[in-house]
Design a protein around this ligand. Structure first.
Ligand SMILES: *Cc1c(COP(=O)(O)O)cnc(C)c1O
Length: 357
């Protein structure tokens, strides 16, 4: 690893009580360039701008994918990653689907740990606080040719994140637009998947909803995901989530919720969820909870489902009665070292990694 420490760190002016998520970047970043069929040296450098051409293939043809993950600081100041090997495996799955080169463990996991370690003072401490980390791969070759690019960049940037608490939201069950299709790129964290979702989401917002529940592209009769999160439905005391597929992204939060539900003995069914069954359950009062899960906010609880012009209301449950909030707490307690970690999910970020490199 090549290391250029910042000579002008901004950390002393960082106020963990008052910062803007997504716009505040830690002092360093990881970059690594792919050329002539191989990755070059992993570089830890000061965060900053990079020079690219408008003719770069990543922006013209969308060869770009990313990950989203977090580092957490416990009450003693120890820093942990959560299941980072899952993000490593997934970025390579996304890269393969987009015909991009896979990254190595040294670039991803060691780069990640070195970056989080050197900028550990940027990780805000306290309930719900974390460092949001964004590894990404994109085509940098300057060429207006619609083919697989020959040059890429792998980068890791990070921004401090605040409390995950969010108000319950209203979501529209899509009866026209879709996020993914059979044979498509729905299971890859492709940048373009997000671009394609913004317009339908904007339309839903104009109708008074906060998000969309994506349904299958051919019939719109089955739930797939909600916004950029995986979706769970509770009918009576049973939880349902659809199986992952090439249309449903294999979320790490989803996988963790399933394991935690099993551990608690909550009945968990991994099977397709039909819109009809959810609407019926709402009408007969057995629909207890619907929520989305993902790294960014952990859980987004839904208070209403919009379907064909009707607004179906959901009860708002307290932590005691809510499976969503109970499982969220179980997960966050493990992530932040407030509970035992029976699954071995936490990964400690050792101090002064770079001095031993
Ligand atoms: C990232 C993402 C998720 C959530 O995955 P996590 O690993 O839980 O953060 C779900 N759906 C889509 C479409 C995503 O891009």
């Amino acid at each position: 690893m090549i290391i250029h420490k910042s000579t002008n760190p901004r950390i002393s002016s960082f106020d963990p009580e008052n910062f803007s998520f997504g716009n505040t970047f830690i002092d360093h970043m990881i970059i690594c360039e792919f050329e002539d069929g191989k990755w070059g040296d992993v570089q830890l450098v000061p965060y900053g701008q990079l020079p690219f051409s408008p003719a770069m293939m990543g922006v013209n043809y969308g060869q770009a994918c990313f990950e989203g993950m977090k580092a957490y600081k416990d009450k003693d100041g120890k820093v942990f990653l959560f299941r980072p090997e899952k993000n490593f495996a997934r970025i390579n799955k996304s890269a393969s689907r987009l015909a991009m080169p896979e990254v190595t463990e040294e670039m991803f996991l060691e780069g990640l740990k070195a970056l989080v370690d050197i900028d550990r003072n940027w990780i805000p401490q306290g309930e719900g606080m974390s460092l949001y980390i964004r590894p990404l791969i994109f085509a940098t070759e300057e060429a207006l040719k619609a083919r697989i690019a020959n040059k890429y960049m792998f980068a890791i940037v990070a921004t401090p994140a605040k409390s995950y608490y969010t108000e319950p939201v209203s979501v529209k069950i899509s009866d026209f637009y879709s996020r993914a299709a059979n044979g498509g790129v729905g299971s890859a964290k492709a940048a373009g998947n997000y671009a394609a979702s913004f317009y339908p989401t904007k339309l839903a917002m104009e109708e008074g909803y906060d998000q969309i529940i994506w349904t299958d592209d051919s019939t719109h009769e089955f739930f797939e995901e909600s916004g950029t999160m995986n979706v769970f439905v509770r009918i009576n005391d049973k939880i349902y989530t659809p199986p992952t597929s090439e249309k449903i992204l294999d979320g790490i939060t989803r996988d963790s919720f399933i394991a935690l539900a099993n551990k608690r003995g909550i009945e968990m069914k991994i099977e397709p969820i039909s819109v009809k069954a959810v609407v019926e359950a709402q009408k007969n009062g057995t629909l207890k909870e619907v929520w989305g899960v993902g790294t960014a906010v952990v859980t987004s609880v839904f208070q209403a489902l919009g379907y064909k012009g009707e607004k179906l209301m959901l009860p708002i449950l307290t932590l005691e009665d809510s499976f969503a909030l109970t499982l969220q707490k179980d997960l966050v307690d493990i992530q932040t070292n407030n509970a035992e970690d029976p699954f071995g999910w936490r990964v400690l970020v050792e101090k002064n990694i770079l001095e031993t490199v």
